[in-house]
Design a protein around this ligand. Structure first.
Ligand code: 3PY
Ligand code: MG
Length: 250
């Protein structure tokens, strides 16, 4: 039987991803063919609507896992993201175990939670309804972001929330919340990141992190972070294009 992304996360496998912000299916198609284990379709900072999310997912044709970063912790955003057929959600700015429990609840069908029941792409537009309903609670990945001072202070309680699969650190928001916007390597930020990692390790949960490129995430991989995303589609294209152009003009 095939191993699901959630099982790979639970086993502590390194899962390499990238952020998607451009609302075109070709982004999903190209990145899925580039070897990534997962993509994060970002509806928090990018102007992506549910239909963009669905088109990007269709572009991947299931060749890599898609997690949707929803815009904020809302029940509607959770169900719309999961109903497109995404494998899971990443929820930004979760600062308390109460918030984390609420998110898990919205993402799991009864009796484990209260996810609304629809007939959408995830359910094969109705055709695979029973099959999807049987597997969804087992396979859906729920990730919350720890990226503010309050989350660091309550990280043990957050990491212990049952049904939560991973905590994903947003170093940029975290640096701002600690008073050093953009200084992701500031010693206070590093200390907070270490504290989050230790709490997740003790709770048996995976820890994730974002960095702008491979060099930024390498130290985290060496420390044992497993849900790791490097770069953003638009930045990758911009950098590659600028390098290509400079090379041509040399
Ligand atoms: C942050 O750094 O704040 C993020 O959310 C990155 O994903
Ligand atoms: Mg953030």
């Amino acid at each position: 039987m095939h191993t699901t992304f959630r099982q790979r996360l639970q086993k502590g496998e390194l899962l390499c991803g990238i952020f998607v912000t451009l609302g075109i299916p070709e982004c999903g198609e190209i990145l899925a063919a580039s070897g990534f284990d997962w993509i994060c379709i970002d509806t928090e900072h990018a102007p992506l609507s549910p239909i963009h999310v669905q088109r990007i997912l269709q572009g991947t044709a299931g060749r890599c896992t898609s997690l949707v970063r929803i815009a904020s912790a809302s029940e509607v955003a959770v169900k719309q993201a999961l109903d497109t057929g995404a494998s899971g959600i990443i929820v930004p700015l979760v600062n308390s175990p109460e918030d984390a429990r609420r998110v898990v609840n919205w993402a799991r069908y009864a009796p484990e939670g209260s996810r609304g029941v629809g007939l959408a792409r995830a359910h094969g537009y109705g055709k695979n309804f029973t099959k999807y309903m049987q597997r969804a609670n087992l396979e859906t990945v729920v990730v919350v972001q720890a990226e503010q001072r309050e989350a660091v202070e309550r990280i043990k309680e957050i990491a212990d929330v049952p049904g939560l699969d991973a905590v994903f650190i947003g170093p940029y928001d975290l640096s701002a919340s600690l008073g050093y916007p953009g200084e992701v390597d500031h010693p206070e930020v590093t200390r907070a990141i270490k504290r989050i990692f230790a709490a997740c390790r003790d709770a048996g949960k995976a820890t994730g992190v974002f960095g702008i490129n491979a060099s930024a995430v390498r130290p985290f991989i060496q420390q044992g972070f497993t849900l790791v995303a490097a770069g953003v589609d638009a930045m990758v294209m911009g950098t590659a294009a600028a390098n290509l152009c400079a090379e041509m003009k040399q």
